[in-house]
Design a protein around this ligand. Structure first.
Ligand code: NAD
Length: 460
C-alpha cells in the first residue's frame, strides 16, 4: 500500500519520512517547486532533529519520493494524506482554501477506491467539505468512484516531531467506514506495537479532539503565566509554586512552565479558530478569549520589564537576545515571542544583537533587510558574540546551550551584568553573588527601576 502525502511542511515531511522509515513507499507532493527541488537534492526546507537522516536514507533506498505533480503521485497510491497549511483567515477562522484545493485536485484524478486522510488541523465539519469537494469533481467527470474521508489529526511537537511521530502518545482516527478503518489500522500497525495507541472515533469527534487538546495546553500556559505575573507582584517565586502544584497528579508537571508567551504555528491559530467556530454558533468563549488575551499580553512582558529598567526611550541601548525560534529544537519563527520583543525594542530606538542555534537563516529571511543594513538588528555568529557591549541579555528561547553558560565570560562581555530571563532558566541565588542583576518571570524579583538610578549605566 503506497502513500501520497500532500504538503511537505513540518507535518507532511515528517509523516512521509516516518511512514517510509517503516517500509512504505511514499510520494510527497508540494506546490512549492523550490522545496521539492531541494528535497530531491537532499536539502531539507526545515530543521527538525533526526529528520534529515531518515529523509536521506529513505530517498536513497527508493522508498521516499518528491514531486510537484499530484496526479503522478496518485497513480501508484490509494491513500492520500492532506497535510497542507490551515493558516488563520482574516477573521481568525481556519483558512481551508489549501485543503479544499487539494480535495478538488484529488477529485479530478481519483481512479479507484481511495482513502483521503485529513491530517491538517481543520475545524469540525471539514471532512464533509472535503467529501463534497471531491464528489463535485467526480460528478463533473460523470464517474462513480467510492472513497472515504478520514480525520487523523497530528499531535507531533516541532523540535521532537520525528520522535513524537514514531512513538506517539496516541493516534486519533476519526472514521465512519469499516473499509477505511482497516486501512488506517494496517498503516499505523508499526507505530502501535507495544500497546494500543489508536483511538477510533467519529470524524467530527476527531476534528474536535485536536482543537480541544491544543486549547487545553494553551490554557495551562496562560494560566501559569497569569499566576507568575501575580507572583512577581507579591514577591513570591513561581518556580517553587510550579513544583508544588506540578507534583499533584491531577495537575501534572507538563505545560506549567511560566514564560514570555506561547508561539508557533499551532496554539495561537488553533485557539483563535476554535473561538471563531464557537462564535459562528453564537456561543461565547470567555475561557478561550482570556487564554488568548493573556498570551498576547505575556509577549509584551519582557519589553515592559526592560522599559522599567532602562526607560521608555531606548535610543543608544543595545540588547542581546538569546533565542529567536518560538521554542527550542526548531527554526520556526511563526508567532515567536522574540518577534514581539525585537519589534518593540527597535520601535523604542534600541538596537538588537540576536543569536539562535538554528533559526538564523530563517531570521535573515524574516525581518526587513533595512533593519540589518542600518545595523539595528544584527545576528551574531555565536551566543557570546551577541553579548559584546550589550546593555543586557534577554533570554527568550530555552535552547540547551543557553542553560549552563559561562557566567564569568558573560559578565566580561556585557556592558552591564544584567540578565532578563524569559524562561526562568537561571538560579537567581547563583547569579546574585556573581554580581548580576537578574529578573525572570514570576520570580518575585525585579530589576531595579530606572528611577532608582541617576545616570545608571554610566555609574556602573
Ligand atoms: N507544525 C506543527 O507543529 C503542527 C503540528 C500538528 C498539526 N499541524 C497542522 O498541520 C498542518 C500543516 O502544518 P505545517 O506546520 O506542516 O505547515 P507548513 O506551512 O510548514 O507546510 C504546509 C505545506 O503545504 C504546501 N501546500 C500548500 N498548498 C498545497 C497544495 N495545493 N498542494 C501541495 N502542497 C501544498 C505548502 O507549500 C507547504 O510546504 C496545519 O493544519 C497545522 O495546523 C502542525
Amino acid at each position: 500500500m503506497n502513500l501520497t502525502v500532500i504538503g511537505t511542511g513540518y507535518v507532511g515531511l515528517v509523516t512521509g519520512a516516518c511512514f517510509a522509515e517503516m517500509g512504505r513507499t511514499v510520494t510527497c507532493v508540494d506546490v512549492d517547486a523550490g522545496k521539492i527541488e531541494g528535497l530531491k537534492a537532499g536539502v531539507l526546507p526545515i530543521y527538525e532533529p533526526g529528520l534529515e537522516e531518515i529523509v536521506l536514507r529513505n530517498s536513497a533506498e527508493d522508498r521516499l519520493h518528491f514531486t510537484t505533480e499530484l496526479p503522478e503521485a496518485m497513480q501508484d497510491s490509494k491513500v492520500y494524506f492532506i497535510a497542507v497549511g490551515t493558516p488563520p483567515g482574516e477573521d481568525g477562522s481556519a483558512d481551508l482554501q489549501y485543503v479544499l484545493a487539494v480535495a478538488r485536485q484529488i477529485g479530478r484524478h481519483l481512479d479507484g477506491y481511495s482513502v483521503i486522510v485529513d491530517k491538517s488541523t481543520v475545524p469540525v465539519g471539514t471532512a464533509d467539505k472535503v467529501r463534497a469537494a471531491v464528489q463535485a469533481e467526480l460528478d463533473v467527470r460523470g464517474v462513480k468512484i467510492p472513497f472515504d474521508v478520514v480525520s487523523n489529526p497530528e499531535f507531533l511537537k516541532e523540535g521532537a516531531a520525528v520522535a513524537d511521530f514514531m512513538r506517539p502518545d496516541r493516534i486519533i482516527v476519526g472514521c465512519e467506514s469499516e473499509r477505511a478503518r482497516e486501512i488506517m489500522k494496517k498503516l499505523y500497525a508499526p507505530f502501535n506495537r507495544n500497546r494500543e495507541r489508536v483511538i477510533y472515533m467519529g470524524v467530527k469527534e476527531a476534528e474536535m479532539t485536536k482543537y480541544a487538546a491544543n486549547a487545553l495546553l494553551a490554557t495551562k500556559i496562560s494560566f501559569m503565566n497569569e499566576i507568575a505575573n501575580l507572583c512577581d507582584l507579591l514577591g513570591v517565586d513561581v518556580e517553587s509554586v510550579r513544583e508544588g502544584i506540578g507534583s499533584d497528579s491531577r495537575i501534572g508537571s507538563h505545560f506549567i512552565y511560566p514564560g514570555c508567551g506561547y508561539g508557533g504555528s499551532c496554539f495561537p491559530k488553533d485557539v483563535q479558530a476554535l473561538i471563531r467556530t464557537a462564535h459562528a454558533r453564537g456561543y461565547a468563549t470567555p475561557v478561550l478569549d482570556a487564554v488568548e488575551a493573556r498570551n498576547a499580553a505575556q509577549k509584551q512582558v519582557l519589553f515592559q520589564k526592560l522599559s522599567r529598567r532602562f526607560g521608555s526611550d531606548l535610543r543608544g541601548h543595545t540588547f542581546a537576545v538569546w533565542g529567536l525560534a518560538f521554542k527550542p529544537g526548531t527554526d520556526d519563527l511563526r508567532e515567536a515571542p522574540a518577534r514581539v520583543l525585537i519589534e518593540a525594542l527597535l520601535n523604542a530606538g534600541a538596537s538588537v544583537r540576536a543569536y539562535d542555534p538554528v533559526a538564523m537563516d530563517a531570521a535573515r529571511k524574516e525581518w526587513p533587510a533595512a533593519w540589518f543594513e542600518a545595523g539595528r538588528l544584527s545576528l551574531a555568529a555565536h551566543q557570546y558574540e551577541a553579548l559584546e557591549g550589550a546593555d543586557a541579555l534577554v533570554l527568550v528561547t530555552e535552547w540547551k546551550p543557553f542553560r549552563h553558560p559561562d557566567f564569568a565570560a558573560m559578565k566580561r562581555l556585557l556592558k552591564a551584568p544584567i540578565i532578563l530571563d524569559g524562561r526562568n532558566q537561571y538560579d537567581p541565588e547563583e547569579l546574585q553573588p556573581l554580581g548580576f542583576e537578574y529578573e525572570g518571570i514570576g520570580r518575585g524579583l525585579a530589576l531595579p527601576s530606572v528611577k532608582d538610578f541617576t545616570g545608571s549605566l554610566a555609574r556602573r
